[in-house]
Every structure is written in structure tokens, then in C-alpha cells.
Design a protein around this ligand. Sequence first.
Ligand code: NAP
Ligand code: MG
Length: 452
Amino acid sequence: MSDTHTVINPATATPVTEVRLATADEADASIEAAHAAFPAWRAMAPGERAGLLRRFAAVVDAHVDELAEIEVRNAGHTWGNARWEAGNVRDCLNYYAGAPERLFGRQIPVPGGVDVTFHEPLGVVGIIVPWNFPMPIAGWGLAPALAAGNTVVLKPAELTPLTAIRIGELALEAGLPEHVLTVIPGKGSVVGERFVTHPLVRKVCFTGSTEVGKRIMAGCAEQVKRVTLELGGKSSNIVFADADVAAAAASAPYAVFDNAGQDCCARSRILVERSAYDKFLSHLEPAVSALRVLDPSDESSEMGPLISAQQRTTVTAYLDEVSVAFSGSAPGGAGYWVAPSVVTVDDPGTRIWREEVFGPVVAVMPFDDEADAVAKANDTEYGLSGSIFTTDLARGLRVARAVEAGNLSVNSHASVRYWTPFGGYKQSGLGRELGPDAPMAFTEEKNVFIAH
Ligand code: NAP
Ligand code: MG
């Protein structure tokens, strides 16, 4: 028996549409169809596969506004973010369209013959997407996987299936053969679970909570299935007293409250050198008050609602345990709103300092010197991203090298670019996405020796 899910606009708590959820049997049928489509897709001439990916990118480009509008309604994203996200899918497709014609192997000198290597596709790749960035996370997986010659089954989050469903339709419109990319809306415990257990799925790319990620990894171990994990974070924004402290404070809200804090890269810890601590907070407060927290259907909104009532309950439970130093505004009424909130923390054991809140909440703590800043930033099981503000670039580089995280920025908060590798240290994940090597992660390296 199949179920349906009512998609909700989180800004207004009103229904958008109904989506039918796939059963386990339907998931299996899609996986088997993707497996049947694999031989022809991998055998397609590289230039032809590249051309289809470029056509797919062009069709996505022609639908950026439509996709963005869907995401504004389905996920409560701001218009600016949603347009960027749809554009990011296009850009990933274009970037990885360069890969089919450049999947180079090597010729390795050995005695007695000739030795060559090949990068061969895996087969069916299963991509499990969370609700916080439905479009980019889909694109980061599907574009390099398809480019490397795999077929893809993709499960969007139950809460945010609409843009993925549309992208699946656009793939067919662009001329991708049927079953090369299949979007399967459904529950994690049903469809996601089949990606892990079905033997024809050769790799799982999972983005979501560390808790579910560990279970996916354990499940994949059963078949020694390849797995990439992009999990949670508790990233630090480290501000040294020699930085432009006012500018660092003005930019800090955007590094944590963007997407209402529902961002694995959110700089949810701010570490400020003690001599600049008061000055930083005095500039942070007006910046937080000035943040435009509005229904994202308003083009000027800078922050929207949380994704669900449940996520709001989770976030407000953290806030109930502490005293909030200051907060910004949020609309009243229906919708899953939480005002952006700043908490000062002395005890590093405080739950809000240690756990990924995944909401518009930031915790601020002073530090004494460079070594103390690094120790405090590294005092976490996560290691995804981080920012360092200083005018001393030698120090910027030293601290960037010392922080145990995959994506650091000096005098910037940007951590995601499709040109550069992205992924986590420690319990933030396993493997890397994006960057020039991403297609390789969707291949096996085969070695062939030919005797003279
Ligand atoms: P989640 O449960 O990890 O969900 C992520 C994806 O995994 C969804 O598509 C989900 O499907 C699927 N899934 C769930 N259980 C599964 C299973 N047993 N097998 C296979 N797939 C499964 O995350 P959440 O419950 O939405 O959010 C909880 C917390 O996770 C958040 O508060 C946040 O701290 C963290 N989170 C982190 C990220 C990130 O980018 N690192 C993203 C999202 C959430 P359904 O949703 O359809 O069940
Ligand atoms: Mg869950």
C-alpha cells in the first residue's frame, strides 16, 4: 500500500500539494530499471554523454525561476538562496559535463609488458537527500555520478520532494534516456533503506544527520557497499582582535542564520579574542536586529522559517535551557518561525555549545590566544567547516591548518564552491563531494596488464 505526504509551506503552515510516496516494491522496480539502463549509458560515446549533460544544464537554466519558486514555497528558502540553489544544479551539470571526455587512466611502467588503468562506473548510485538544501545536494551527487557513466536513483526528503521531482522531469525533457536518473519520493525508512539493502545499488551518497549516517554506513558494510557521508557540523567562526572586528560582527549573522541556521556549515560557534569580545558583541547586536526575517515570498526576506513544527520544537528546547543574550525579530502567527538568537556561553559542556542545533541560534565564547582558539574550535566530534578573521595572513593560514575540519575560509564565510572539494573530518562525514575529483568517487579504478 502506498501512502501520500502532504507538502507544507513552512512559512504559513498551509498545504501546498500531495505527493505519493513510493513503496519498497516500487523502489526495487526503479532500482532494477536503473540497472537495466546502465549498460547503454556507460557505453554511450563520452562526447555524447557530455552533450546530454550540457543540454540538461541548459534546460535547468531555463527553469531557474520556476525551480526557485517551488523551493520558496516548499522549503521556506529566500528567493536569493533559491535562485542560487537552482543555478548551482545547472553549474554542477555544466562543470561535470567536462568529465566524460577526461576520465583519464594511467599507463604505468612495469616489467614484461604494458600496464594501463581505467576508471569504470559503479552501476546504480543511490543518493539520499535531506530537506535543508534539496537542490544543491541532489546536484552534487547526480552530476558527477552521471558524468562518470553511472545511473542514479535519488530519494528526496519527504518534507521537500518538489524540486527534485521537477529536476527528474527536466532530465527527460533534455533527452536523458529513461531510467538514467530516477527520482523516487518516499520515506527514508522505506526507499532510503532499499538503497542500502538492495544489492544492485553499488554506492550510497547520504547527506543528513550523523545518527542516520552511522546506520547507513553500518548497513552498507553488509555488502561492502561504497558510501559517502555528509553529516552534521558544529563549526566555529574565529575572530582575532587584529581583524576588522566591526565587519566580522556584521557578517557573522549571515554565516549562521542563513537558511534559518539549517545548514551543516553554519558557524554556530563564534570564538572572539577576549580583548575584542565586548566590541564584537556591541556590533553583533544591531546586525542581528537588522536581519530581515520575513515570509520568503517577500523578495527582501533574508531569513525564512524552519522546515517543520518538529524542527521548531527541537530548536526552542535548546533555547529554553539557556538565557538568550539578544535576539532579532520573527513574524508571528502560523509558520515555523524562530527569531535569530545569540547566546553567550562560559561552560563548554553546555548542550547548545556542543550539539548541532540546526536552527537560528549562535553561541559566543571568548578565547585567550591562538592556541586556546584552536583548542576550543577542535573541542567537538564534528569537523565540517569554519572561518577565521584576522589581518595576519600567516596566522590565518596557521589556524586554518590547525582546525580539524574539511572546509576553512580566511576572512570569508564561503565554504561551498563546485570547483573545490567539500566534506567533513571526524563525525561530519566520510569522503568528499564536488571539486575536480568528484567523478572519480563514482568509479572503480581497474588495472590491466598486457604481457609483451
Ligand atoms: P535525517 O533523518 O538524517 O534525514 C536525511 C535523509 O535521510 C532524508 O532523506 C531521510 O528521509 C533519510 N533517511 C532517514 N532515515 C533513513 C534510513 N533509516 N535509511 C535511509 N535513509 C533515511 O535528518 P532529519 O531527521 O531530517 O533531521 C534531523 C537532524 O539532522 C537535523 O536537526 C540536523 O541536525 C541534522 N541534519 C543535517 C543535515 C546536513 O546537511 N548535515 C541535513 C539534514 C538534517 P525522510 O526525511 O524522508 O524520512
Ligand atoms: Mg530523521
